[in-house]
Design a protein around this ligand. Structure first.
Ligand code: NDP
Length: 484
């Protein structure tokens, strides 16, 4: 049985409460391990360890800190294959995806921010001959990181790496649904010589551990990725503590296909942007908006493509669609599809639990990729995040209508625009309310650019300098050029 222990003060430790949760394998529906069920006492121990480590980590300076984070990246890279397997078992995602996306990206996150630690961020502004202003960017101190289950190690390291690189010590909570690679990261951090207490990982539920972190007066900032409703709760709980917050929340992203698009590329990519990771990526384009002239081709291609995707054991190299993360989540997705039918939508393919599976997976949480047409743009199905292998297709007649439809939800995380008209691409991209707009592509990520959402998709930006700024406090020293 796998055992996921906390990492506190460089040690693997049991939960203070002696309580454990089960770790489920989504592909089989069976428990395969035990997870430390943390609580406020564990969070307190982690904060004490992080405070003890802070002066040591700060004194190491950027060069040594960068070297230490690079050693952690080396260690993750050396175990890429076994971490990919862990992620696939824990989350239900195809192993090929974990091997080519999740774990390589975790390595890239660590390396990118290790190098970012070396950039001198001090700024100087001369106020005529009156004063010289020097702006320092100091670490905040002990910071908290809370992440979701869909891209476990990928998103965990996306937050931990800049926090460490900026000189903070960290308390990090992975999702209770996918704790295994986070546990290994904690072990590796000790093995690669990171000082004890610099990176602390506390397992458990959001209610027990996440809330204790948000309420803890000595955790000075929280970087959170997860659902919009959870983000709202965290905002409210953090407000009385004047805690710095970064919130990366849900999305309902439009994928706009104009009639002048390169349809082969648009449709091939749209299949991925609808169903990659079983549609459980915040950036998935779950609303396809197709110009009426190409609607029949778009619907046919999406239905045919969805039906061709190989659903199977996530550990099978050929599998393209694995299991959803939990039985609760699969039930939620199924309920959303039932509601789409009630709203008048036509389920063109999918819409049911997948059953043609290897025996090992008979009780797993599989759901067929689903394409729905015929819904108005303001149907619940088109307004609310489903976060599963479900995409809707809605026709539009002109550019203004496409933009109005794209902006018709409370979310604003990302969008894709497919057109060969570069002027139109620029016009549309500027008018779409989203943190990222991809033109003729999807999920191309440069780690230097700001990443985040507007409206209910979040507050603040991650990535590159934005992340380094979030994890530091600016201090201005204004010195008069001549006394008096
Ligand atoms: P949740 O919001 O349910 O959980 C996210 C994390 O927050 C988990 O670790 C969870 O713990 C914890 N948590 C839950 N309640 C609280 C609380 N009251 N206080 C503190 N922490 C809490 O999201 P999911 O894990 O279900 O992830 C899916 C969501 O994440 C989707 O909405 C998706 O769009 C969004 N997401 C956004 C991304 C972005 O960059 N904008 C990227 C990826 C996902 P536990 O689950 O262990 O109880």
């Amino acid at each position: 049985m796998t055992r996921a222990l906390h990492t506190i003060g460089g040690q693997q430790v049991d939960p203070a409460s002696s309580a454990w949760l089960e770790i489920m394998e989504p592909a089989t529906g069976a428990a395969y391990g035990m997870l430390a069920s943390g609580n406020a006492t564990d969070v307190e121990s982690a904060v004490n360890a992080a405070e003890t480590a802070l002066p040591i980590w700060t004194a190491m300076g950027p060069g040594e800190r960068a070297a230490c984070i690079h050693r952690l990246a080396d260690a993750v890279e050396a175990e890429l294959e076994s971490l990919a397997r862990m992620e696939s078992i824990d989350n239900g995602k195809p192993i090929a995806l974990a091997r080519t996306m999740d774990i390589p990206r975790a390595v890239a996150n660590l390396r990118f921010f290790a190098d970012a630690a070396l950039t001198d961020r001090q700024e100087e502004y001369t106020t005529g001959d009156v004063a010289m202003n020097t702006v320092l960017r100091d670490p905040i101190g002990v910071v908290g990181v809370i992440s979701p289950w869909n891209l476990p190690l990928y998103l965990f390291t996306w937050k931990i790496a800049p926090a460490l690189a900026a000189g903070n010590t960290v308390i990090a909570k992975p999702s209770e649904l996918t704790p295994v690679t986070a546990t290994r990261l904690g072990e590796l951090s000790a093995e690669c010589g990171m000082p004890p207490g610099v990176l602390n990982i506390v397992h458990g539920t959001g209610a027990a551990v996440g809330e204790a972190m948000v309420a803890h007066p000595r955790i000075k900032a929280i970087s959170f990725t997860g659902g919009t409703a959870t983000g709202a709760r965290i905002s409210a709980a953090a407000a009385p503590h004047f805690k710095k917050l970064s919130l990366e929340l849900g999305g309902k992203n439009p994928n706009i296909i104009f009639d002048d698009a390169d349809l082969d590329t648009a449709l091939e990519t749209s299949l991925r942007s609808s169903f990659a990771n079983q549609g459980q990526i915040c950036l998935c384009g779950s609303r396809i908006l197709a110009h009426r002239a190409v609607l029949p081709q778009v619907v046919d291609a999406m239905v045919h493509g969805a039906q061709q995707l190989r659903i199977g054991d996530p550990l099978d190299e050929q599998t393209q669609q694995g299991a959803l993360v939990s039985s609760d989540h699969r039930d939620k997705v199924a309920a959303c599809v039932a509601r789409a039918s009630d709203e008048g939508g036509q389920v063109r393919c999918g819409g049911r639990h997948a059953t043609d599976l290897p025996e090992r997976c008979a009780n797993g949480y599989f759901y067929e990729p689903t394409v729905i047409t015929g819904l108005p743009i303001d149907a619940h199905t088109n307004m609310e995040e489903i976060f599963g292998p479900v995409v809707t297709i809605t026709p539009f007649d002109d550019e203004d209508q496409a933009i109005a439809m794209a902006n018709a939800t409370d979310y604003g995380l990302s969008a894709s625009v497919w057109t060969t008209d570069t002027d139109r691409a620029a016009r549309v991209a500027r008018r779409i309310e989203a943190g990222t707009v991809w033109v003729n592509c999807w999920l191309l990520r440069d780690l230097r650019v700001p990443f985040g959402g507007i409206k209910n998709s979040g507050v603040g930006r991650e990535g590159g300098e934005e992340a380094m700024r979030f994890f530091t406090e600016a201090k201005t020293i204004c010195t008069a050029r001549s006394s008096g």
